[in-house]
Ligand binder design. Sequence first.
Ligand code: CA
Length: 328
Amino acid sequence: MFRFLVCVFFFIVLSCNTNETKTMPIKEKKIVVAHRGASGYLPEHSLESKAMAYAMNIDFIEQDIVLSKDNIPIIVHDIHLETVTDVAIQFPNRNRADGRYYVIDFTFEELTQLNVSERFNPTTKEAVYPKRFPLNKSTFKLHSLQQEIELIQGLNKSTGKNIGIYPEIKEPLFHQKEGKDISKIVLEVLSNYGYKTKNDNCILQCFDAVELKRIRTELKSELFLVQLIEFEEEESKLEAFAKYADGIGPWYKQIIKGKNEDGTWQLSNLVTEAHELNLKVHSYTFRADELGNFENFEELLNVALYQANIDGVFTDFPDKVADFINKN
Ligand code: CA
């Protein structure tokens, strides 16, 4: 009888474990997210930078999403165009009263006419990251979410790998004021391409907590959701985030607070508190050409990944992070 009970007990334990693995598909290993593609090497969010990132042995490729006038989800970081395209030259009269050119004022057809370049300051015309790809060289274009998913899914087919997507809904409130429900449109595209649940290798992110909660509750998304944060006051809201999100995406300076006199680093409790609530921590943005007080990129990665124990990084240099994780 005792032996029977022991068997039953182990059977239950094993079944529970199996179930748990099934409901926690996002890998336990540290994940590398190609931030705007391999944006340290090629203009951010170009399809070329996504293809390059794909070849870097990483886990996810990021998409920032803004809607066009005709409701096509466009892969671009800002709601404005003049910091990464030649919109001011091609459509000089299409700016709003604030002088800026809005993605949402242009049709998809018009947007695809623009030339994309490395990010620059529109006033000084200087590159934001001077060591990166030169300004206004070669030819890069804007593209839709559908086109990017087809690139990544096509590569998944031809290489036999399974690299995920990591879309971000940009400025939902702005879209709402313009009469557009960006989340609904994006979720529909994702669903059409097979991204519906936590098993589908897609993580959806947003800075707007009201909107991300709405995505889970009102729009009933079953995707893996990450609540992006950037301000200190958001750090006390983890319990509320845990009710609808699966992870948080903090700025790494919310985790690594500074350097002690003995050379050790001061870490906040954010990662521990998030882990206690079963929230993954994917932190942004790790740049080899923007190191702050760190001696080198490896030191920054070591402190974040192995001292603070974050679960994943958004990086402009996906090859360097993948190499670092493989070596450690
Ligand atoms: Ca982003």
